[in-house]
Design a protein around this ligand. Structure first.
Ligand code: GUN
Length: 279
């Protein structure tokens, strides 16, 4: 029987754990506040931001919402970030991506104080991850490590193949699997013989951004398959980067879409917020 890796249940458990921890911290007089900045009203971003605010309310984290017009200048956004950096009551700052084209995501990410960068996107946090120092971990790859560990999947010594090399998922995923003593290959759109490379994987993490791109012929019998993609098809149904129906017959464990990786990203964001008040 193929194991369904239940991201919804695992993320609910993590949020319960965090809620208890935050409750204790409140008794010690410690509060957490996350500033959530959204520019414009991209439909997907609205859903994500709303879910983040709801998770904050559940865990007991105060959230401040900054909803800026699509036309806001980069300078104004940078000024807001600087104000939030200086505000002692604000523990974490999250700027929802993507940003409108006239604003440089790089300049915005660089402007966030690394000590408040709960997304783990600032170069200081990226660098700390690479050299094994403490810092904020990017939420999606950190969530995938939790999914694997809490589902009883051992990483040490395993052949891990990550397909996709984005700064948000692929690259940090590679570093985190390496930190868990996996043997890691990172594949991408220019990889030759992608099928053969993917088939080496005991643990296959797919973040290619193409609906149902990974079919059963990319997957070794018994592999653990983690699907980071999320797409809406013509019938308004959600699907991932993995062709779930064919791959589940071959995998020993697989994440569904929805209900796999998605809920973990928010749980790990909550964890990063709580991290700001841990010693
Ligand atoms: N847009 C899509 N995913 C993310 C994320 O993890 N953080 C932020 N800030 N924006 C996103």
């Amino acid at each position: 029987m193929t194991q369904m890796i239940d991201g919804k249940a695992i993320s609910a458990k993590i949020k319960e754990e965090l809620k208890a921890e935050v409750g204790q911290k409140k008794e010690e007089g410690k509060e957490i506040c996350l500033a959530v900045v959204q520019v414009g009203n991209d439909a997907a971003s609205c859903v994500y931001v709303n879910n983040k605010k709801k998770a904050c309310a559940f865990v007991g984290i105060k959230s401040l919402a900054y909803e800026l017009e699509e036309t806001v200048s980069e300078e104004e956004l940078l000024l807001l970030i600087e104000k939030l950096n200086q505000d002692e009551k604000v523990n974490g700052i999250l700027v929802q991506l993507p940003l409108p084209e006239h604003i440089s995501e790089e300049r915005v990410i660089n402007a966030i104080s690394p000590s408040k960068d709960v997304d783990g996107f600032h170069p200081v946090n990226v660098g700390n991850l690479c050299i094994g120092r403490k810092g904020f971990l990017p939420c999606t790859p950190a969530g995938i490590i939790q999914l694997l560990k809490r589902s009883g999947v051992e990483i040490e010594g395993k052949e891990c193949v990550v397909i996709g090399r984005s700064n948000i998922v692929g690259k940090p995923m590679q570093m985190l699997l390496l930190r868990e003593n996996g043997t890691v290959t990172i594949a991408h759109s220019r990889t030759k013989n992608l099928k053969e490379v993917a088939k080496r994987a005991d643990i296959l993490v797919v973040a290619v951004g193409k609906p149902k791109f990974i079919t059963a012929d990319f997957v070794k019998e018994g592999a653990v398959v983690i699907d980071v993609g999320i797409h809406r098809n013509n019938e308004n149904k959600l699907c991932g980067d993995v062709d779930f129906d064919s791959v589940k017959e071959k995998a020993s464990a697989i994440t569904p879409v929805p209900g796999g990786v998605g809920p973990m990203t928010i749980a790990m964001l909550m964890n990063n917020c709580v991290e700001t008040i841990r010693n």
